[in-house]
Design a protein around this ligand. Structure first.
Ligand SMILES: C[S@@+](CC[C@H](N)C(=O)[O-])C[C@H]1O[C@@H](n2cnc3c(N)ncnc32)[C@H](O)[C@@H]1O
Length: 209
């Protein structure tokens, strides 16, 4: 394990596996699918002027959000240097090139987004990441992950302890009494026009700031 990191999962994403992921997951079809995805997720929101994405990779979500909310300030946290290079090349994203587990929130953002990332975090660290998501948000939190009613670990590309499913959003709702469920939905890999990963998304709203 890379000694800069606290968990094996961070070293995994910072290293060769993460490099190959960033090379493999590129293309306008992903941005199109993300446009369809976020136009649904954002339906119940208003006045979003700033967004921070935790684990943004090369920015396929942020590219779509830039089109949907052109005036919003976009920020990203990303551990993999190749992905960070991609984010920097966009020219409109403020990038924190570090692990989420080392991130210190400064100012809150109207929307905090995490998509396909909590499933790869060491489960012992989830309370810390929930707190960071909560503290980084002035109003909305979007959690889009693999759902399972109870925590499970499943093999990921031949590796064990690299993919975890659970009710991440439900755990946040239990933990923070002022969070309310605003909306939720499912994206399907067999969608006829805009296939995504099989993600269940939850939009939470802070009712106390
Ligand atoms: C499966 S990808 C999802 C990328 C993006 N959110 C999306 O929806 O396309 C997981 C991303 O999270 C990043 N990541 C994983 N663990 C991280 C950590 N501890 N800190 C920061 N980034 C992390 C990986 O490098 C990768 O870019």
């Amino acid at each position: 394990m890379n000694e800069n990191y606290k968990t094996a999962q961070e070293s995994f994403w910072a290293g060769e596996f993460g490099d190959a992921y960033a090379d493999r997951n590129q293309g306008q079809h992903w941005v199109a699918a993300n446009l369809a995805f976020f136009s649904k997720v954002l339906t119940r929101t208003s006045d979003i002027g700033s967004i921070i994405e935790f684990g943004a990779n090369i920015g396929l979500n942020l590219m779509a959000l830039k089109q949907l909310l052109p005036k919003a300030k976009l920020s990203a946290i990303e551990i993999n240097q190749k992905a960070v290079d991609g984010l920097n090349s966009l020219g409109y994203v403020s990038v924190h090139p570090q692990s989420i587990l080392d991130f210190v929130p400064s100012q809150p953002h109207d929307l905090t987004l995490i998509k396909g990332v909590l499933i790869h975090i060491n489960p012992d660290m989830l309370p810390q990441v929930y707190e960071l998501l909560y503290q980084s948000s002035a109003r909305y939190i979007c959690v889009a992950e693999y759902y399972n009613p109870s925590p499970v670990t499943i093999p990921y590309r031949g590796e064990s302890d690299r993919l975890f499913k659970r009710d991440f959003a439900g755990e946040m709702l239990d933990r923070y009494g002022d969070l309310k469920l605003l909306d939720y939905g499912f994206s399907y890999h067999r969608d006829n026009n805009f296939p995504q990963d099989d993600l269940t998304w939850f939009l939470l709203e802070k009712t106390r700031t």
